[in-house]
Design a binder for this molecule. Structure first.
Ligand SMILES: Nc1ncnc2c1ncn2[C@@H]1O[C@H](COP(=O)(O)OP(=O)(O)OP(=O)(O)O)[C@@H](O)[C@H]1O
Ligand SMILES: O[C@H]1[C@H](O)[C@@H](O)[C@H](O)[C@@H](O)[C@H]1O
Length: 378
């Protein structure tokens, strides 16, 4: 059983059977995504070069819908999004919010200004300065549905996932995956995003009950990888260099996929969702990180929330159907996962590379998705 109930929150035998995570699809795979949609304004050289739907929940929904295992008859993947926006929300009819509408509140929608640097970004240096110009309301524990979920993704962008909300997620979900940006972001008087040490936040005590914590290389020093890896599996994403996983007693590096970066926004969100989808397909964490890298690369190749070509998605689905098998797992934090790479890791990478070629072809055929909208270069 890949995901096990927490010992302090055990279910009745019958319920447990219902929630058993079948490797390939079914209602037992229902997930809970918590984090708000937002408005992103992309600025370069003092000029607005793009206005897009943002918020990790938008990127995550996009990838989960594209890559999660599901039954043929299910139109959308089985997960719920709990997100808050104001009445000014400009993207209610975009695919992600239209499928899973946000809660409305009196305060305005969270809004970020992303200032892109004129200099070429390196793989690990920050490529943009983010400023939160408007915050929406937080998401409270009472905003979450009162039922059990197979997995949860805590993906706040502006401090909206409160410690008590994360704690409630941990109680409701059999395994929780967290983006460090939801925990360690702070905002100066001008709204500029800065970071605080995770250890100094009320979230730190929850880490032993989290399955996976994802941090970008910029966030990693604030997470304290060496301490955190003793409590859960930490994944550090390293831009075009791929990512590494660190857990108590082991680590693995996972190779990237080539991409022509036109907008880095949402790479980390898309990574985390691809990774979660990989786990749902029954991949080990190190193998699932390949799917994370694949969707991270897809995200940077387009401006805003990316559109995936059906041919490319079909190819990915066929690869996953072909490669996934059920396997027994070691135990991590009361939740069982296989962490190490499997012996078909390299084969999976090669097969996904083929699919990523389809993605580049799609972009070349449709310049609206390609370099025409490049935010990254002058
Ligand atoms: N230029 C790139 N080429 C290929 N893959 C990339 C590139 N940039 C990002 N990725 C993929 O996306 C993943 C996440 O990227 P990154 O480390 O930049 O996350 P992030 O800083 O959290 O992103 P963001 O905050 O912009 O959403 C990487 O681990 C990698 O797999
Ligand atoms: O839309 C983006 C995206 O979700 C990023 O991951 C986050 O860092 C930004 O704050 C947000 O504006």
């Amino acid at each position: 059983m890949p995901f096990a109930a927490e010992p302090d929150d055990a279910l009745e035998e019958g319920e447990n059977q219902q929630l058993l995570l079948a490797t390939k699809g079914g209602p037992a795979l229902e997930g809970l995504v918590v984090g708000s949609y937002c408005h992103d304004v992309l600025i370069r050289g003092g000029r607005v070069v793009g206005e897009t739907l943002g918020g990790a929940a938008a990127f995550v929904s996009n990838v989960l819908d594209a890559a999660s295992p599901r039954e043929e008859e299910q139109e959308v993947a089985p997960f719920v999004v709990v997100s808050k926006v104001g009445h000014d929300f400009a993207y209610a009819s975009a695919p992600a919010p239209a499928r899973r509408p946000p809660l409305r509140c009196a305060s305005p929608t969270t809004s970020f200004h992303a200032q892109f640097s004129e200099a070429a970004a390196s793989a690990h240096a920050p490529d943009r300065e983010l400023r939160r110009v408007r915050p929406c309301d937080p998401i409270y524990p009472a905003d979450l549905p009162d039922r059990r979920f197979a997995y949860g993704l805590a993906v706040g962008v502006a401090g909206e996932v409160l410690p008590e909300t994360l704690e409630r997620m941990i109680r409701l979900c059999r395994a929780v995956l967290v983006d460090a940006q939801a925990l360690i972001r702070a905002f100066d008087g001008d709204g500029a995003v800065c970071h605080v040490s995770l250890e100094d936040t009320p979230y730190a005590r929850l880490l032993p009950r989290v399955a996976f914590l994802k941090a970008s290389s910029e966030e990693a020093p604030y997470v304290g990888v060496e301490t955190a890896r003793r409590r859960c599996c930490v994944i550090v994403t390293e831009g075009r260099d791929g990512c590494r996983l660190c857990w108590d007693g082991g680590e693995a590096r996972v190779a990237p996929f080539p991409a022509v970066q036109v907008d880095p926004t949402g790479a980390g969100d898309s990574f985390l969702a691809g990774f979660a989808a990989g786990l749902l397909w029954g991949l080990s964490a190190t193998d699932a990180a390949l799917l994370g890298n694949f969707f991270g690369a897809a995200a940077v190749s387009q401006v805003g929330v990316p559109t995936f070509h059906p041919k490319m998605l079909q190819a990915v689905k066929e690869i996953l159907e072909d490669k996934t098998t059920k396997r027994t797992s070691p135990c991590i934090n009361g939740t069982t996962f296989t962490l190490e790479r499997s012996n078909m890791h390299d084969e999976l990478h090669t097969a996904l590379q083929e699919a990523s070629r389809l993605m580049s072809e799609q972009q070349q055929a449709d310049p609206a998705n390609g370099n025409d909208g490049d935010i990254c270069s002058t």
